[in-house]
Design a protein around this ligand. Structure first.
Ligand code: PLP
Length: 380
């Protein structure tokens, strides 16, 4: 009754934790900023719908918005133009569009392990095979180029990279970007660079792949940077000829992105960086708070995240990530088991610091208590 390619796709492990949560649980599982979009952006959305922007628009997006996006990328590649930009109905749609445009049945796609939950299923829905590459704490969750060389086959078409990363928070140093570009060139691969957390960084800017390779598709989104995950709006950047092909798929998926949401995003881009900088400042303070608290919890080690709003501590307890997350859930705190992001997320938890400082203190207090119980059990 249902197509083979759909039968093996599971609902994400992140969603399952939420469904099992007791009422009033402290939520350290959120994958979105705990803020509302800027007031000016909300006003612009209301204005747009009141003033008739309720109809289909161009499939690649409104020209004004595409131009505003170009302005953001000109410093990275002066030749960037409107023809490189497709406004999408979210980063998720951009990723699916890219998978369908790049992959044929039987092709292989290199995907990060641990990595964001959509990459593998999107490859499968395109009839291709996801091939995981490792991100390990020992390498500060950066790709191992030697391993990548071993994984390439004649069927490998593309590699997905994600910096800043969900779930690890790792941000690629410039040298890693250069090495990945050289690797992709050597093997004739397209780089699919998921940069949705690009602007949420703590130790200096992230290096975009745009402008470093002419075989790259950049996937970006306004979900996180303007705190509008529910509005479903993002964009793709690609070389012109590839953008034409991507736009065909995008058109057949959704005709066009939301017209009023585009007007609102345009207002958001015109605000400059002040609002975003304030949000990042708050995340930076919370990052310090969480790192400090984690440092007092036995059995945990963490590589400090340089971007996004997740901690990815590793634990040394003889339990699965799901057992730990389930036991924490029964004590009133929602976390995400690390292996929801791939096999190498085993023995990790993902903690989101898109939660109030009060909730972070309480949630980490519960985690500390739990850790001490386990450690005492170990001694006894
Ligand atoms: C790494 C990464 N890429 C893409 C997305 C998709 O974002 P959206 O579809 O809201 O634009 C997310 C959302 O959590 C993410 O974490």
């Amino acid at each position: 009754m249902v197509a083979e390619r759909v039968r093996h796709i599971e609902i994400s492990g992140i969603r399952r934790m939420f469904e099992a949560a007791p009422p009033n649980a402290i939520n350290l599982g959120l994958g979105e900023p705990d803020f509302d979009p800027p007031r000016e952006v909300i006003d612009a959305l209301c204005e747009a719908v009141r003033h008739g922007m309720n109809h289909y628009g161009p499939s690649a997006g409104l020209s004004e918005l595409r131009d505003a996006i170009v302005d953001r990328y000109r410093d990275r590649s002066p030749a960037t133009s409107r023809e490189n930009v497709i406004v999408t109905g979210s980063g998720s749609e951009g990723l699916m569009t890219t998978a369908l445009a790049l992959l044929d049945a039987g092709d292989e796609l290199l995907v990060p392990n641990p990595g964001f939950v959509l990459y593998g299923p999107h490859a499968r829905m395109a009839g291709a095979t996801p091939v995981p590459y490792s991100l390990r704490a020992e390498h500060r969750y950066l790709p191992d180029l030697d391993e990548l060389e071993q994984l390439v086959t004649p069927r490998t078409r593309a590699i997905v990279v994600n910096s800043p990363s969900n779930p690890t928070g790792a941000v690629f140093p410039r040298a890693t970007v250069d090495r990945l570009v050289a690797f992709a060139d050597r093997h004739d691969l397209t780089i699919v660079s998921d940069e949705v957390y690009e602007e949420i960084v703590y130790d200096g800017p992230a290096t975009s792949f745009w402008g470093h390779s002419d075989r790259v598709v950049v996937v970006n989104s306004f979900s996180k940077t303007l705190a509008m995950t529910g509005w479903r709006i993002g964009f793709l950047l690609a070389p012109r000829s590839l953008a034409v092909e991507l736009n065909k798929v995008h058109y057949h998926i959704m005709a066009c992105p939301s017209t009023p949401a585009q007007a609102a995003v345009l207002a958001g881009l015109r605000l400059g960086n002040g609002w975003r900088n304030r949000m990042v400042r708050e995340f930076r303070a919370r990052r310090a708070l969480v790192l400090h608290q984690l440092g007092t919890i036995p059995g945990l080690s963490v590589v400090p995240p340089a971007g996004a709003f997740y901690m990815f501590p590793r634990f040394s307890w003889a339990r699965s990530a799901l057992e730990v997350a389930t036991e924490l859930l029964s004590r009133g705190v929602i976390t995400t088991p690390g292996d929801a992001f791939g096999s190498l997320g085993a023995a990790h938890l993902r903690l989101s610091f898109a939660a109030s400082r009060g909730d972070l203190r309480k949630g980490l207090g519960i985690l500390r208590h739990y850790a001490f119980e386990l450690e005492e059990g170990r001694d006894g």
